[in-house]
Design a protein around this ligand. Sequence first.
Ligand code: B12
Ligand code: SF4
Length: 498
Amino acid sequence: MGSGKRALKVKFILPSLKEASDPHLRPIKYSLFPPLGLATLAAYLSDEDDAVIVDEHVEPLRLDDMPDIVVIQVYITNAYRAYRIADHYRSKGVLACLGGLHVTSLPEEASVHADAIFLGPGEQTFPTFLRDYRDGKVERVYASTAGRTLDRIPPIRRDLIRRSLYLVPNSIVVTRGCPQHCDFCYKDAFYQGGRGFYTQRVDDALREIDRLPGRHLYFLDDHLLGDRRFAETLFEGMKGMRRLFQGAATVDSILRGDLIERAAEAGLRSIFVGFETLTPENLRRSNKRQNLGRDYKAVADRLHSLGIMINGSFVFGMDDDGEDVFRRTVDWAVEHGITTATFHIQTPYPGTRLHARMVQEKRMLTRDWNLYDTRHVVYQPALLKPEALKEGYDWAYREFYRWRSIAQASLHHGTLKHQAKHFFYAAGWKKFEPLWDLLIRARQLTRITPLLEGVLSKVSRASVMKKEQLREFESLVVLSSAVPREAMMVEESNLAGK
Ligand code: B12
Ligand code: SF4
């Protein structure tokens, strides 16, 4: 098996779930971000080794080749596809490594399909495996435990990413994990046995940012404001870089101190906020203590006063949710000028405390991982029928993204500029999906980046959207009106599919 100093051929694969390649569903979501995790792992190969990354969400996967090793990333909804690919390569004598969140949650299930499985983050285990492979003594299980760090990790292999296939090629992660412990979150299971929250050195993070072309960045960190000192220094360093960025943070971190002002000064223009629920009892039961007793209105007002658009995340089906939860949540989001909303049906992922509780209470309804996409009901809700939960969730998406609601939420903002940005961003995101599809197919996604940067530019008189950006937007609107009405309607009915 091992092969001394011979150059290795390693194929990194992100398998897709079915809907990602289905034109009637929602491809744009899967053309958003490149597979950063795999590009991180590829950095541990030596210069002589031959590496390729195939992201099945955006390109076809050939199965007739013979690499030495396949490295496959497994999320819950791509698990069956990942196992099929691994089985195929193993049958040809290729060594198959499986890792990622789902493998960490269910190692026994995954190990049937792998020569080696990897639990937890890969920065320490993958280089150990490579050494073992070259020494001819591969282990069955590599578990990340003590000694986790992002210090001195090699720069991620962005050269292996085909940037033109993604709407947001400049995604970046500068921390791992999160300091909080919500019961429904993947985090505690994934990071068990070692540190659950740690950061890069600020200098390394700034260097990584510097390597990215253009202005727009999307931080995929679970909680960009999770370490105050780190975030402060990062934002200080970013000040002169003229970046526009998006990220995620918790409700309490937005209210505390002046970190959010510093983020805005450094270029933060849109933020994903885990509001999750408007009901305190739900928060208590989910151990989402950082949201308890916090004034959500104050969060929205503070962000808006800084010109930051909000992507609010809301979960339906928690134990205190009755029939009224859908309307209450949508009304709140529209009234408070939330730009985009991400609704989820509560989904107990294996490995989480929520899942353990649901199993104990005999409330899990299925173990079909394809359905664990937060759009299907996979457990018995406490106060709602499963069908009512699904219907309410679908209704919430439709209602929030109606033209009327988008216009109403936009009017919440004080200036015309801010209103227009809100309107374009929310409408662009949900109303022009057939157009996104056309652009993906025509490999024209990079045309959108300047437009996105225009919409994210600062809400001030000095930075009115440039003429050419407006023209680009107009041409997109004209183009999209050429998309058959039927196609629009199909998309409308699938809006629930996020
Ligand atoms: C970006 C993202 C997406 C992108 C995916 C883009 C992409 N090309 O990767 C999009 C928008 C498509 C997406 C979709 C979904 N996502 Co998503 N997503 C994320 C997010 C925010 C960041 C992922 C990331 O880049 N992390 C940073 C990199 C560096 O870490 P990493 O990818 O985990 O890789 C590391 C390790 O996992 C490990 N590793 C991974 N694979 C392997 C393989 C081997 C062999 C080895 C050695 C190591 C290893 O090493 C890497 C370096 O440490 C995560 C949250 C999170 N913080 O991870 C959620 C997250 C992964 N998504 C989640 C979910 C549920 C979904 C959806 C199913 C549903 C939904 N409602 O969105 C869909 C379907 C995805 C699918 N294909 O099946 C859950 C997964 C839960 C689970 N138990 O699997 C997460 C954790 C969010 C959450 N908090 O619940 N997602
Ligand atoms: S704050 Fe978010 S990322 Fe952190 S544990 Fe809770 S749900 Fe997970």
